[in-house]
Design a binder for this molecule. Sequence first.
Ligand code: ATP
Length: 201
Amino acid sequence: MKKVTLFGGTFDPPHNGHIHMMLLLQELFGFDGIYIIPTNKNPLKDTKTPAEYRLEMCQRAFSPFPWCTLLDAEVRRGGVSYTIDTVDYLLEKDPEFKKAEKFFLLGEEAAYSVDQWKEVDRLISMVQPIVISRENFDAGRARSMPLHIFESIQKGWRKATPLGLSSTEIRVRCAKNLYIEHLVPSAVFSYIKNKHLYIKE
Ligand code: ATP
């Protein structure tokens, strides 16, 4: 059976930390397919950069990797983006997804609050959460979660070393006119420059 994972994010902009994470996913789990999913609106954070720019930057960042598929479903759906809605969409529209063993990537911080997510029980019954962190799973911190969610997060936790880099850092460096070419794929860098993105934070 094929294995696929969702990799969602604001991607404002996509950076080498995201590329490294995508490669870790592939190397640790052997995914056949990774869906790159820019959010329309993250329930927890604001984005000023238009979705079409973030989509284009993701296209540029991930197109060198043939196992990555860019999905614009959340942007087209509009409003706040919830993972369960994207899973339902893929189940209906994508027979390969439906047949596959399914996972979704969670950030470390998100993992400790996933029990607050929309329809989390149905979500984790269909897609297994994955967390890649340099830290061990902190069972104490997750202790207030329902047991089946706790166990699901614990099962999907892998220790590895992500690159210490964030989109925030890139936006801040751009606003200060500092060098960023070592932090983003070159095709993303040229787009940021052409569109004059992140000049003011
Ligand atoms: P921001 O700084 O704007 O909050 P971000 O760099 O955290 O953004 P997102 O687009 O919010 O990027 O992240 C999308 C996904 O990628 C999340 O699952 C997040 O945990 C993960 N991620 C972000 N940065 C890294 C990194 N340096 N290494 C590994 N994973 C990362």
